[in-house]
Structures are given as C-alpha cells and as structure tokens.
Design a protein around this ligand. Structure first.
Ligand code: FES
Length: 203
C-alpha cells in the first residue's frame, strides 16, 4: 500500500455518536449561516457541502464523528450519507485532526521533477514530521497531495488558501516563520473563507 493511502486507517475512523448523546456545537452565527444557505438550494441534501465547511470551521478544522453527526442531524440526512460526502473530498479533514497549519506538499510529476521529494526530506529534517503527521506543539501538519494545478510554480506548497512556489529550503523557512507568527489557524481561516463564498454565490 502506498504511503498516501495510509492516513485514516480503519482504526482511526471517527466513532459515530448516538443521537441522544449528540452535543450540538454550532454557534449562533453558524446556525444563521446554515439557515441562509438552506434558502438557496432546492433541498437539504444540496446543502451538505457548505454545511460541512461550516462544521469544519466550528469544530476547529476537523470533521470529527460528532461534527459529521451534527451536520447529518441539522440537514435531516443519515450519518452514512454525510460521512460519504465528507470522506470523498480531500479538502475536508476527516482522517485526522490537523495542526494549526496544514502544509500540503505536491509530490506529483512536475513537482517531483523539480525537487518535491528533496523538499520533503528537508521538511522532515526541519520539523521532524512526515506525511500525515503533526508536530508535537500542534502547529504544523504535513500532507503529500496530488497535483495542485500550479505546475508552472513547481515545487508547490499549499497552506490554507495560499499557494507557494517554487519553494526551496530558504523559502520554506520563511513560510514557517510567517506561520508561527500568525494568530489564526489557516485551516480554520480557509473554512471560513469558503463559507463566505458559499453565502455570496448563492442566489
Ligand atoms: S505537479 Fe505539483 S502542482 Fe502540478
């Protein structure tokens, strides 16, 4: 099995909470947003994607079993249906809770040819973590990903909604220093931006 497939082994799948032990966590703002989004779609099933973004923000960047159950409950869908959607798209964090900043390193062909594996080794040496791992201080998670569609900037990293490339060791050091100085989690921030886009784009 390739390394990429090892994130989220069967043992790390979220436990499905029983309905009566569900502790709904959406804030008033989140409930308001969801109610607004509901008015833009013909049925509740169509709201699953934006509702998952709200949940990813509300649950600190991670779609735990509880987060998925809350979306299912609020949209009157089954847990399996919402989990199926959430685990299909890699931008939803379902396999493990990411750190404050998720650094996605493209290791696809163009980036590979331009030094992505060498950069991966540098990252591992600098932060002490590899694919699917989070630094002990909870600050950085590294994930290797497929083509980010920015091959002209290879090797490319994505952090939140920002692409960086071409990235060499010195550029990586600068990115890390910048992230260390940030108040907000770029994982949560990106979820919030996407919710805003959903609200804006809905008719
Ligand atoms: S191969 Fe890395 S962005 Fe396309």
């Amino acid at each position: 099995m390739s390394e990429l497939l090892q994130i989220g082994s069967p043992n790390s799948r979220p436990r499905i909470p029983a309905l009566d032990e569900l502790n709904l966590k959406f804030s008033d703002r989140a409930i308001e947003e969801l109610e607004e989004i509901k008015t833009h779609y013909p049925d509740l099933k169509s709201c699953i994607l934006p509702a998952l973004w709200i949940a990813q923000r509300e649950y600190g960047g991670y779609l735990s079993g509880e987060a998925i159950a809350e979306v299912a409950s609020r949209l009157q869908r089954s847990y399996a249906e919402v989990e199926g959607v959430a685990t299909f798209y890699t931008m939803y964090n379902t396999a493990h809770k990411p750190g404050k900043h998720k650094i996605e390193l493209c290791t696809c062909l163009s980036c590979h040819l331009c030094g992505a594996y060498r950069l991966r080794d540098y990252i591992k040496a600098k932060l002490g973590v590899g694919h699917g791992e989070t630094t002990a201080d909870g600050m950085f998670t590294i994930e290797e990903v497929e083509c980010l569609d920015a091959c002209d900037r290879a090797p490319v990293l994505q952090v939140g909604d920002t692409y960086h490339g071409p990235v060499d060791d010195a550029a990586f050091d600068r990115i890390i220093e910048d992230l260390r100085g940030r108040e907000e989690s770029t994982v949560v921030q990106m979820a919030d931006e996407i919710v805003k886009v959903h609200l804006r784009n809905a008719t």
